[in-house]
Each structure stands twice: as C-alpha cells, then as structure tokens.
Design a protein. Structure first.
Length: 627
C-alpha cells in the first residue's frame, strides 16, 4: 500500500522540478507558460483523483481534467508577453502549494480511506517532504542571484518548515525545535537590521512580512493548545511556503525603509515581534505544564482569578490577567533572555571600555541568575520572600506584605539603598533589573535616536526631570507605599481589602512590571529608550535613583578643557537615557551628577578622548586615604 503513494510523490517531484527550473531560469515566455500549464495540470489531476477516491465516481476526474486541458490552453496560446514577472511568480507559488495540498489529501485518503481536511492534508509526511524538497530546489536554483540578507532570511524560514506537530511521535519535539529556530531567526533579523542601520534604505518591509508569518505560526500553535485544532498553524505554514517560493524568485520587497528614521516602521517591527514572542512564551508554558491545555485549563492556570465576562471592567481584568500571566511566566522570560541576551552580548563586544564590558557581563549574568535561575529553579526558590535582596522589584514582587516577610522585604530595600549610595542606581537600573538587558541589545540600543526625534522623547531630554515626570514618580511611589500599608493591615486581620480577591501590592506589581512595562518597551519609537527612567514610571527605580542622587556616584572628566574643544559631543548622542547636557556640566564643574543618570556608561565608551570615567565609593576611598 505504501508503494503507490511513494510513486505518486516521486512523480510529482520530478514534474515540479521541471516546472521550477523553467520558471526560475525564464529562458522564454513560451517555456514558462508551458511549465505553468503543466503545474496546473498536476493540480487538477490531484484534485480529480481525490474526488474520485471520496465519491467513487469517475465523473469528477474526467470532467476536471478534460475541462482544464481545454480551457487551460487559452493563456498558453494567446498570451504573447508578460510585463510583470512578479504576477507569474505569485501564480506559480500559489499553484505549487495548492497542488501539493491536494496531493497530501489524495495520499492521506488513499492510505486511510477517510476524507481529508486541511489539517490532515498538510500534517502528513508526504506533503511536508515534497514541499520542503521543492522549496529547497527553488532556493538552490536562485541562490546566486539573491542578496545575502534575503538568503539568510529564507534559510531561517526553511529550517522552520519540517516541524509540523502531527508528523512526530511526541508534541514537545517539534514545538521546542521550532521555538529555538524562531528565536535564532529573530536574532538574525535584528542583527541584520542593526548592521545596515546607517543605510538610506533597508529591506524593512521584507522583515515585516517575515515576522508577521512567525507571529501567525506562534498564534497557530497557541490556538492548538486551546482547541486541539491545527487549522491556524497549518494555514500559517501554507502562507509561509507561498511567501518563501515567491520571495525566492521575485527577491525582497522593493519598498524600502529604515527603522531608525521611521518610527512607525520601528514600532511595527517591535510590535509584531512582541506578538510572536507572547504566543511563543505561552506555547512553551503549555509544553512545560505551566499552563494546562484547553480553554478552561488555561483559565485555571492564570495568575489572577478569572472573572465572568459580564461587564467591561471584568473583560479588562481578564485581558490584563492573560497578558501578565504569559509575560511574567518563566519560559517567556527564558526565551526573551536568550534573544535579548545575545543582542546584548553583541553590543558588549563593541564596547572598548573595560568597566562598561564588565557591567554588561554582570547584566547578562544577573538576568540569568537573578531573574530566571534563583526564583524558579534554585534550591532556595521557595524561601526568597524571607531573604533580603531577593525581592527584586520591591513591594509586591513575591506577594503580600506580612510579618513573616518583613525582614526579606525591608532588607531588600536596605541593601539596594546601600549599593545605590555607594555605586549609584546602576546596580539596579543597569545590572540586576531585566530592563537594561532588553534596552542594551544592538537593535534596541540603536533606537535611542527616538530620544531626540520622538515627541515624548524630546520632552525628556537633558538631566532635568520634567514636572510631569516628578508628579508621575511621586504619585506611583505614594500609591505603592499606601498599598503596602493596606496589605500589611490585611495580613494582621485589621482590615479586609482586596481587588477581585487579589492583594493590592501584588496586583500593582503584576500590572506595572508584567503588563505596563512591556507597553512602554514596544512604544520605544514614540517614547525613546529607558522610558521607565525618564517618565518616573518605575517606583523601584525611583527609590534607587533618589538614594543615588545623594550618594557617591557621578561621572567625572580627567580634563574639562578637552570638553571645551570637543566638536562631536559623542557622549550626549550615546546616552540611552537622553541626557544631552552633560558636556556643559563637565566644562563647568568637571563632573556630572543627575537623578536620571543610572551609569549605563555608553558616554564613557563613546568619548573619543577617553576623558570620562565613573566615580563611586572606590574612588572616594582612594581620595580619602590617598592610595
């Protein structure tokens, strides 16, 4: 019974090799039209044979094939010239994929005797192997004529093609492999965009197409765990195959753009990547058992209580619940850490100042240990609420405020305050917080141009803190303090105050860092980088910045006259927080100290004269004791 499907598959491949060769080489219009005619014939043969198997009636196969042989000759005999080759390429790509879907349906029904649907037509080894072989053959024929960027994108997409869940004995294998490859593809995309950032135009629209396909794939896998249906995933794979064939032949999208010059393009890239990563994180959480399959299982796995959708407020609550539960989950953070960590590592290699490289190394290590390993996998993960320095983002991180955790909570604030006083708030905002890892990668760091060009970004430039930012930071800090008091009074049973049965401090943390933080992040093109610092949004950062502002940390220059004669002002352009007036302070006082400066150090690295350096407790000791 297997011999016939194999013979059909081999015959289909040989015919399609000829079709692909003629279309790709385009030696003459007549030969291309003949190839397309044969391609259409293969489609009608597969459809007719499938209908014959399902109905046991030869009428369909005879009628469909006879009609095609007659009417399909019309373009072959009458079309003399095709001015737009792209039109032929899209027809070719559609016909090829649809033909192989029909072949998959035919072979599935031939083997099982069961009529095929879209899932069973493509979730079988015959369809997958034939399509990958044909895509690879097309790619090899077109290899020399492609530019290297598109070539790398297509290779990355081709590597994703084999991982149809139903053709593997276990579900975890294709899910994990596709996720790993997609993370690698995303790094490749961001790295190529960053490398070409100074070009007047980039293949940005090709990138948008590709990331949209990735997002649809991940939505399909997520939907599968909710509904047990692969219809969305299979549709995404079909679209990706058509796109692959078309772009292989037609080349990249001719429309050009540059993400550093067009905020809308930059936002679309970040937003589509965020959608892809959201669903990818959710899928990995399903695979690893953090979320339970099915709609009800997923609802029961969420962090906050689920509320019936009986009012707009309940709907907003549930939306926040879903968003924050995925974005704060372990495997989302791991996936993001790998992706952003690699980009940060690439950026670190560009740094020439040793102290900046050390700081970035600690930042990557802190994310791996402080954000991932210690809270989730370490032997002490269950004891973190009681251990000082382990509350990470302050009040709410590990739950409500109670007597049993006061030592750990207050101790965390004390330790961070000491570190911020001695070394500046960079111990949090440039090392242990997850934000710097995400902002400091190559691609995302290059978005600091929007500190100067975006409407909000321009309002947060210089070391001055705008009045509205002061109001935001003060309001948030007061809110967090009041919530801590309410949470503590709850814990000792003096009051009974919760919001939808959720402790208010945990709710504030959940919304601030598992939801709103990501909204700030994807809005970089409109807010600038490090908006968590420039807008006063982050209460944990504000606390450490406030201590740092009265502490020992500052930036100093070896010779202020060098700054007087500096014509490039590279330090100001390099600052990812948008502090543009440090040069004036260097000239006037020989040092610079600001509430907004968190010691990222790109100004130190960018100075062409090696004139700027960090000053903290180490230098204070040297000055004090003259050693």
């Amino acid at each position: 019974m297997m011999l016939l499907p194999i013979l059909i598959t081999v015959s289909m491949l040989l015919v399609m090799f000829y079709v692909i060769y003629e279309v790709e080489k385009w030696r003459s219009m007549r030969r291309v039209l003949v190839a397309l005619y044969i391609e259409g014939m293969m489609l009608t043969m597969n459809v007719g044979a499938y209908l014959y198997l399902v109905t046991n009636n030869p009428f369909y196969i005879l009628t469909i094939n006879s009609a095609y042989m007659v009417f399909g000759l019309y373009p072959l005999l009458n079309v003399k010239e095709i001015k737009n080759r792209n039109f032929v390429y899209i027809i070719f790509s559609l016909l090829m994929v649809i033909s192989e879907i029909a072949m998959g349906a035919l072979l599935y029904t031939l083997q099982t005797g069961i009529p095929a649907d879209l899932d069973t037509s493509v979730e079988n080894v015959f369809f997958v192997s034939v399509m990958i072989t044909e895509m690879l053959f097309t790619f090899i024929l077109s290899f020399k004529g492609m530019n290297s960027t598109l070539r790398n994108y297509l290779i990355g997409l081709l590597l994703l093609m084999p991982w149809f869940p139903q053709i593997f004995p276990t579900l975890a294998l294709p899910i994990w492999l596709s996720a790993i490859i997609m993370v690698g593809d995303t790094i490749l995309i961001y790295d190529s965009l960053y490398t070409q950032r100074l070009r007047a135009s980039q293949e940005t629209y090709t990138v948008l197409e590709l990331i949209s396909i990735f997002a649809l794939m991940m939505m399909g896998e997520f939907y599968f765990f909710l509904s047990s249906s692969l219809i969305v995933f299979d549709s995404a794979m079909i679209i990706s195959m058509v796109w692959f064939l078309y772009r292989t032949l037609a080349g990249p999208n001719p429309k050009k753009g540059n993400y550093t010059k067009n905020s809308k393009l930059a936002f679309l890239i970040i937003f589509l990547t965020f959608i892809m990563e959201f669903f990818m994180g959710g899928v990995l959480d399903f695979v690893e058992g953090i979320f339970s399959p099915g709609v009800q299982g997923f609802i029961n796995s969420l962090t906050l209580p689920w509320e019936p959708l009986t009012s707009p407020l309940n709907a907003i609550w549930d939306f926040i619940n879903i968003l924050g539960s995925v974005l704060g989950s372990t495997w989302f953070l791991i996936m993001m850490g790998i992706e952003m960590g690699f980009l940060a590592f690439k950026k670190m290699l560009e740094m020439k100042v040793r102290e900046v490289r050390v700081r970035m190394s600690l930042m990557i290590l802190a994310y791996a240990l402080y954000t991932i390993y210690i809270p989730t996998f370490s032997p002490i993960s269950n004891y973190l609420p009681y251990i000082p320095y382990m509350w990470s983002m302050g009040i709410g991180t590990l739950g409500s405020v109670s007597n049993s955790v006061l030592l750990g909570l207050i101790g965390t604030y004390v330790i961070y305050a000491i570190l911020s006083f001695l070394f500046g708030s960079r111990n949090l905002c440039a090392v242990t917080c997850s934000a710097p890892l995400m902002f400091q990668g190559t691609f995302y760091d290059s978005l600091k141009v929007y500190n100067r060009t975006s409407k909000v970004g321009r309002k947060t430039l210089t070391s001055r803190v705008p009045n509205w930012a002061k109001i935001v930071s003060l309001s948030v800090s007061v809110l967090v303090l009041l919530s801590a008091i309410l949470s503590y009074l709850n814990s000792i049973n003096l009051i009974n105050f919760t919001i939808f049965d959720t402790d208010i401090t945990f709710l504030i943390y959940f919304i601030w860092f598992d939801v709103l933080w990501y909204m700030l992040f994807i809005s970089i093109p409109f807010l600038g980088t490090f908006a968590c610092i420039t807008t006063g949004y982050c209460y944990w950062g504000v606390f450490n910045q406030a201590v740092s502002s009265i502490g020992l940390f500052r930036l100093k220059v070896k010779d202020p006259t060098v700054c007087v004669n500096c014509k490039t002002v590279d330090c100001a352009y390099a600052c990812p927080v948008g502090i543009t007036d440090m040069r004036g302070w260097f000239i006037k006082k020989g040092e610079f100290k600001s509430f907004k400066c968190v010691g990222i150090g790109e100004c130190v690295n960018a100075c062409p004269y090696d004139n700027i350096y960090f000053y903290d407790v180490r230098h204070w000791f040297k000055d004090k004791f003259k050693y």
